[in-house]
Design a protein. Structure first.
Lengths: 500, 114
C-alpha cells in the first residue's frame, strides 16, 4: 500500500486525509474480523503507519501554506461533504499519532494477549484504542458540523468502555456517569446543528463562515452547541464525571483519555468559535468561557490539593488544566489574537504530552508500590527515580515553569491578556501555577525524602522510558520556533492571519 | 397555528422535558429514557427544518431526513451501551443508582486493578 499511497500523495495531498481516518477504522474492522488474539498486533502495526500519514499531512500543509481539502466522492459542498486539514488539525493529528503508540507500548504489559486462550479485556482495549484514533482523526479533519457530530459520538462510544475495562463496580458507575454527561452534550450539540441547518441550509464550515449573521437563532445554536461540547470537555461546572472516570481507568487508557479525548471536544469548541461563528462578537461569550475556565483552574487545583490518591490528584489537575484552554476565547479579537490562539493551542499540546506522561508514571508507581496513596509515597523517588523524573517534568509543564511547553502556553496567554487589558485572566493563571506547584510538592516532597521504600516489583525500564519520552516532548515544546506558530495559523480566517 | 409551528413547539417541549428528566433524576434508567425523549424532540426539529426546505419547491429537503436517520442510529447505540452498563452495575452491586455516594468515593484499596 505504500507505493499506492505515495503515488496518490504526489498527485494530490488531499487524498491522505481520508487515509488518516480509514486506517484506524480498518484496524478496528480487521480486529473484529480476524479475532481477538491479533487485535494487539494489528493495532501496534498500524500506529506507525498512522504517524507517517499524520506527518505527511503536516508536511503538505507546511509546504503549501494552505489547508488541504478533500471532498468525499468528489461532490463539493453544500451538496457533498468536505474534509479539511489546516495547521491546527495537522498538529493535533501528529500529537494523537504520537501519544497513541506511547500508550499502546506502555499497555503491552497490562493488556498482553495471552497465548492459546482468547481474553476479552485485551481484545477490547486494542480495538477501542484504534476506535479512539479513528474518531479523533475524524474530529480533527471533519469540515461538516453533522459529520463532526458523528465523530464526537464515535469518540464517546470508544472512550466510555475504556473507563469500565476492568469491570469493578466503581469503574462501571464512573463510565455510566461519563456516558450520561456525554449524551447530554451530544443532544445539545445536535439541536444546535438542526437550528443552524434550518437557518442557512448548509453545515459546511467554510460556507457557514461567510453566511452566518449575528441573529438570535445563531446565538441560541451557538450556546447549545458550546454547552454540549463543554459537557464533553469537562469544563467546570460540568467536570463532575471526569475525576472518577479518568482516575479509575487503567493507566494507559487514562493517559489517552486525559491527554487526547478531552482535546477532541475542545478542538470542536475552537472550530466553532474561530472558524464557524466568525462574524459573531467574541468578547462577551468568550469572557463567559474564560470565567468558567478560571473557576476550573482554581477549583480543580484546590481539589487536587486535597486528594489522597495520586491518580485522583492527576485527574483533578486535568480539570484545572482544561480551564487554561478556555482563557484564549475572550482574547480572540484584536492585535493580540494570534498570541492568544498560539497560547491556547500550545496549552492543548503541552498538556496532552505532560498529562499522558504523568498518568503513565502514576500507573507505574501504583503497580510498583501496590497502591497509589500519596501518604505512602515516602522515599519512593529513590527506588524508582526515572518514573518520578517523568512525573516531575510533566508537573513542570503543568505549573508553567520555564523551560516547558506549559510555560510557553501560559506566557503567550498572559501576554495576550495583559496586552488586551484583561488583567484578570493573567492573575488567575499565575494563581493556578502556584496551586499546581502546591499539589506537585505534595507528591514529590515525600517521594524524594530519605525514607526507605519497599517496591513490590521494580518498574520496567522500557515503560519508564515511554513516560519520560512523553514528558520530554512537553518540555521540548518550549523551544518551538516562530515558524511553528505561523504553521498553526495556516487556514485561520483572514482577519487573524493578517495580524500575524 | 400552522402545523409546522405546532410541531416546532412540541419539539421544544420534548427537549425541555427530556432535559429536566436528565438533570433532575438520579436513576440511570430514567436518565436514558429522558435522553431518548430529548432526542425525539431534536429529531422533530430536524423534521421541521426538512419541511422548511419544501418552500424551495421540493417535496421536502432530504438532507435533514438523512441526518435524523443517522441520529436515530447513534441514539440507539448510545441507549444500548448505557443499558448494558446499567445491567452490569446492577449485577455487580445489586442496585443501579448514580447517587453521589456511590461513585465519588475512591476505592478503599486505592490500587489500580490492572
Amino acid at each position: 500500500m505504500t507505493a499506492d499511497s505515495a503515488a496518490i500523495a504526489v498527485t494530490a495531498g488531499g487524498s491522505l486525509i481520508p487515509l488518516a481516518i480509514l486506517l484506524p477504522a480498518l484496524g478496528v474492522l480487521l480486529s473484529l474480523l480476524v479475532g481477538g488474539r491479533r487485535a494487539e498486533r494489528i493495532a501496534l502495526a498500524l500506529m506507525p503507519v498512522q504517524l507517517a500519514v499524520a506527518l505527511a499531512i503536516a508536511a503538505f500543509v507546511w509546504r503549501s501554506g494552505e489547508p488541504l481539502v478533500y471532498t468525499l466522492a468528489g461532490y463539493a459542498p453544500p451538496l457533498g461533504i468536505a474534509l479539511r486539514a489546516d495547521g491546527f488539525s495537522a498538529v493535533m493529528l501528529v500529537t494523537a499519532a504520537l501519544i497513541m503508540p506511547a500508550a499502546g507500548f506502555y499497555a503491552r504489559t497490562n493488556f498482553a494477549t495471552p497465548r492459546g486462550e482468547e481474553r476479552r479485556a485485551p481484545f477490547a482495549f486494542w480495538t477501542l484504542l484504534q476506535g479512539l484514533q479513528a474518531a479523533l482523526s475524524l474530529l480533527f479533519l471533519g469540515g461538516d458540523l453533522f459529520n463532526l457530530y458523528v465523530g464526537l459520538e464515535l469518540l464517546t462510544f470508544a472512550a466510555v468502555p475504556l473507563v469500565a475495562l476492568d469491570g469493578r463496580s466503581e469503574t462501571v458507575a464512573a463510565a455510566l456517569r461519563y456516558l450520561v454527561f456525554a449524551l447530554f452534550g451530544s443532544v445539545l450539540y445536535l439541536l444546535g446543528v438542526a437550528l443552524i441547518y434550518g437557518a442557512y441550509g448548509t453545515l459546511d464550515i467554510a460556507l457557514l463562515a461567510s453566511r452566518i449573521r449575528p441573529e438570535p437563532g445563531v446565538w441560541l445554536a451557538a450556546g447549545l452547541m458550546t454547552a454540549g461540547l463543554l459537557a464533553k470537555t469537562a469544563l467546570f461546572p460540568l467536570h463532575l464525571w471526569l475525576p472518577p472516570a479518568h482516575a479509575n481507568a487503567p493507566a494507559a487508557a487514562s493517559a489517552v483519555l486525559s491527554g487526547l479525548v478531552v482535546k477532541g471536544s475542545f478542538f470542536l469548541v475552537v472550530r466553532l468559535w474561530f472558524d464557524v461563528l466568525v462574524p459573531l462578537p467574541t468578547v462577551i461569550p468568550g469572557s463567559i468561557l474564560a470565567a468558567l475556565g478560571s473557576a476550573a483552574i482554581l477549583f480543580g487545583s484546590a481539589l487536587a490539593l486535597r486528594q489522597e490518591r495520586l491518580k485522583l490528584l492527576v485527574a483533578y489537575s486535568t480539570v484545572a488544566q482544561i480551564g487554561y484552554l478556555f482563557v484564549m476565547f475572550p482574547l480572540a479579537a484584536g492585535p493580540w489574537a494570534a498570541d492568544a490562539f498560539s497560547g491556547g493551542i500550545m496549552q492543548a499540546l503541552s498538556h496532552a504530552f505532560a498529562k499522558a506522561a504523568m498518568f503513565l508514571s502514576a500507573g507505574l508507581i501504583s503497580e510498583s508500590l501496590g497502591h497509589d496513596k500519596i501518604a505512602g509515597l515516602g522515599g519512593a523517588g529513590r527506588a524508582m527515580p526515572m518514573t518520578f523524573l517523568a512525573l516531575g517534568i510533566g508537573g513542570l509543564s503543568l505549573m508553567g515553569l520555564p523551560p516547558s511547553g506549559g510555560f510557553a502556553a501560559k506566557w503567550l496567554l498572559m501576554k495576550a491578556s495583559v496586552a488586551s487589558g484583561q488583567w484578570i485572566w493573567a492573575m488567575v493563571m499565575a494563581g493556578g501555577g502556584l496551586l499546581a506547584g502546591g499539589y506537585l510538592y505534595r507528591v514529590l516532597a515525600p517521594a524524594l525524602s530519605g525514607e526507605s521504600s519497599q517496591l513490590k516489583k521494580a518498574p520496567q525500564r522500557s515503560r519508564e522510558s515511554v513516560a519520560l519520552a512523553l514528558a520530554l516532548v512537553a518540555l521540548l515544546l518550549a523551544f518551538a520556533p516562530p515558524s511553528f506558530f505561523s504553521f498553526l495559523q495556516i487556514g485561520r480566517p483572514a482577519a487573524s492571519v493578517a495580524l500575524r | 397555528m400552522t402545523s409546522p409551528t405546532l410541531a416546532g413547539l412540541v419539539g421544544a417541549a420534548l427537549v425541555g422535558l427530556g432535559l429536566y428528566g436528565l438533570i433532575a433524576n438520579p436513576e440511570p434508567l430514567r436518565k436514558i429514557l429522558a435522553f431518548n425523549v430529548m432526542g425525539s424532540g431534536v429529531f422533530l426539529v430536524f423534521g421541521i427544518v426538512a419541511r422548511k426546505g419544501a418552500a424551495a419547491g421540493l417535496p421536502s429537503d432530504p438532507v435533514p431526513q438523512a441526518m435524523v436517520i443517522t441520529g436515530i442510529v447513534v441514539a440507539f447505540a448510545a441507549s444500548a451501551l448505557a443499558v448494558a452498563l446499567v445491567l452490569r452495575l446492577f449485577d455487580e452491586t445489586g442496585s443501579a443508582t448514580l447517587r453521589p455516594d456511590a461513585w465519588t468515593k475512591p476505592s478503599s484499596d486505592g490500587a489500580d486493578a490492572e
